[in-house]
Each structure stands twice: as C-alpha cells, then as structure tokens.
Design a protein around this ligand. Structure first.
Ligand SMILES: Cc1ncc(COP(=O)(O)O)c(C=O)c1O
Length: 372
C-alpha cells in the first residue's frame, strides 16, 4: 500500500512536543490515571490486579456495554473497539472500498477520511464547505454528485476543522438520500456531545440507518487521547464481520489497561464532559473577545460545537509562514490550512486546553509586535 503523508501529523511531529503553547490541539484537556481511578472506589486495587494477557479482539464486553449507552438502539454486540478512531477509519475504508469506487466527503476535512480511499484508487468527490457560507453544506451538491459507483458518503459532525454542525433536518436529508440510493454512510462523530447548545446534538448515525457506521473515540470529548481507544457502532452485520476479521492484521486486540480505564471514564462520562465543556466555554469567551478586538486582522465563523475552529488571517502573509514564524518566535503552535490540502489563509485554533488563555496571550504579544 502506498499512501501520501498525513500532512497534519507530519506538521505536529515537528512541533507538538517542543512548542510550549499548543493553540491548535483538537482534544480536550486530558486527565491523569489518578484522576480517572479517583472516580471509582476500589479501582486502584483492581488495576493492580489486572491481567496483562491478550484481550477480546472486538473489545472488553464491559467496555462495549458502556459504549452502547452512548446510543439509543445499538447493542454491545454491534460495537467493535479499536486502538483509536484512526484504526477504525483505516479498517472501514479498506474493507468497504475498492479501486474505482466513488466516495463523497466533506472538504476541507480530516485527511484520513479521504486519503485512505485515494490510496486504494477510489474516485474522491469533495463536498465543498466555505466560510462565505458559514461552512454550511449544500444538499443539492450531494444530490447532483451521487453516481452509479458512489459507495459511501463520509461525514464528520461536529466537524474538524471548522466546528460546523448541521441541523437535524439536514442530517435527515443526507440519510434519506443515502437510503434512496442504497449507499453507506460513515459518520465520524469523535466530537459528539460537545455541542454548545445540547438541543443541537445530532442523533448518532448508527441509530438512524442500517447501512451506517458511527465512529467514536475516548480522545476528544472525554480528553483521553493517550488511552488510544476508539470504536465503530453499526447494525450492518455483514461489514461488521469483515471489519472484525481485517483487524487481525492491524492490532489484533486492545490494550487491557486502556480498556479498564475507559470503562471507568465512560461510567462517569458526565463528570468528564462537564469539566471539558467548562474549559471550552471559558476559552470561547476569550476567543470571542480576541477576534472582536483584532477583527481587522482575523475573521472567524464561530463554531457550533467541539474544541476547534478555522479562522483566517486578513493580512498579507502566507498562512504557513505566519504559523512557522509564530511558533519560532513565541512557541505558539497553530495549524496552517496547507495541512488540510488547502492553499488559503485559514488556520486551525484549538480551545479545549486549560492553558489556552496563556497561549492566546503569547499570540497577542506576537501580533502587537508584528502587526501594529
Ligand atoms: C475528525 C477526526 N477523526 C478521527 C480522529 C482520530 O482520532 P484518534 O487520534 O484518537 O484516533 C481525529 C483526531 O484528530 C479527528 O479529528
């Protein structure tokens, strides 16, 4: 298999563990093992006794039971747990797609949602999103671009990198079209439950359509990226079987301590979400204020959900040069749109971390020195 570089990961690889101020992280503030164990009495003793053998290849049954609670109709046996969401995307695409198949996928977007298909030899149709239109997706575009060889629609709500969240009506229109044309939907829902208005939370796609796949993870909403635990929920028994079988060639099964800690975290998910949501809300207030004060330099569409947004610079500079100069001079990391295969003026900003105010202060220092 030949695959292009994952541009975002390559950019992160250069700076993530050296830049002191990560102002573009997509995951929420993390927790320590102690903080997770403190959620449940007796769990420290249990962890010490944990057997470190191979684990059940589709995931610990207790974990699957907790994950199933995130859905309305999904049963534990309709869930397969992976080493992160990334493994789920990789396996799903490899199991479903063959050379010449078409997929329709939001653009810009998280690269693996289209790059794996490209590496297989698929025809990838970008479903365009633009800030001129508040990142809103056009259903007419989807209608006009479904073809004989279209195998799947790939969606990601809340969206990386824009924080876009469609209405329930729009999601229903997408599902209706997929049902009419008998095509699959793969829905990357890793930022689900981080909607600023809880009435806007979309139903999980796996609860809505038999040929749909919901992707979830511990990394983002729950702030536990280091556990590397993700999953797919689906009612499609046939593809489920193939996904489970392909998995024998990737990681075979999950890490036992990660599954153990994920079970506790999910049992107490409301506490984790509440803590992370509070950080996001505080940070969003700071960003609202910042972008108002510097509206001659930046423009942004306020996100509706999640921990990231995709503002743009208005000044006359290449955005990648701006990001690199900023990290070199002030140690503040932003992600230029070039890592999203876009050659424009957008950059990704992340606001799920506790030290965002400090990082934003450093960005402001840079602006005052360079853009008087
Ligand atoms: C939209 C989206 N999907 C999937 C992933 C992969 O998640 P993980 O790294 O936890 O496997 C990410 C991570 O940034 C993401 O933003």
């Amino acid at each position: 298999m030949k695959i292009n570089d994952f541009k975002l990961e390559r950019f992160f690889a250069k700076y993530e563990f050296t830049a002191p101020y990560l102002l573009c992280s997509s995951d929420c503030e993390s927790f320590s093992i102690k903080e997770i164990l403190d959620l449940e009495k007796g769990s420290e003793k249990e962890l010490k006794k944990l057997w470190l053998g191979y684990t059940e290849s589709q995931g610990n049954p207790k974990l699957k039971k907790e994950i199933a609670k995130l859905y309305k109709t999904i049963k534990p046996e309709e869930i397969i747990v992976f080493s992160g969401a990334e493994e789920g995307i990789f396996i799903f695409m490899n199991v479903l797609l063959k050379k010449g198949d078409n997929i329709i996928v939001q653009f810009p977007g998280y690269q693996s949602l289209y790059e794996i298909a490209t590496s297989i030899g698929c025809e990838v149709t970008n479903w365009p999103m633009s800030d001129e239109n508040n990142w809103e997706l056009d259903i007419e575009f989807l209608k006009n671009n479904i073809k004989e060889n279209t195998k799947a629609i790939i969606i990601n709500f809340p969206h990386n990198p824009t924080g876009y969240l469609p209405s329930k009506e729009k999601l229903n229109q997408i599902i209706k079209l997929a049902k009419q044309k008998n095509i699959y939907i793969f829905s990357d829902e890793v930022y689900r439950l981080l909607e600023y208005n809880k009435n806007n939370t979309l139903p999980a796609i796996a609860d809505c359509y038999d040929k749909a796949f919901s992707l979830g993870v511990m990394s983002k909403t729950f702030g536990l990226a280091g556990l590397r635990i993700g999953w797919i929920a689906t009612k499609d028994k046939n593809l489920f079987k193939k996904i489970a079988s392909f998995r024998d060639f990737t990681t075979i099964c999950n890490s036992a301590p990660s599954e153990f800690l994920s079970i506790i975290a999910l049992k107490h998910k409301e506490i984790l979400i509440k803590r992370n949501f509070k950080i996001i809300k505080n940070n969003l207030n700071l960003l609202d204020n910042f972008f108002k004060r510097y509206d001659h330099l930046f423009e942004w569409v306020r996100p509706k959900a999640g921990s990231i947004a995709f503002p743009k610079i208005k000044f006359n500079k290449n955005v990648e040069d701006f990001c690199i100069d900023l990290v070199n001079k002030k140690g503040v990391l932003l992600l230029p749109s070039t890592v999203y295969d876009l050659n424009d003026k957008h950059f990704r900003i992340g606001f799920g971390r506790k030290n965002m105010a400090e990082a934003l202060g450093k960005l402001e220092e840079y602006i005052k020195e360079h853009h008087k």
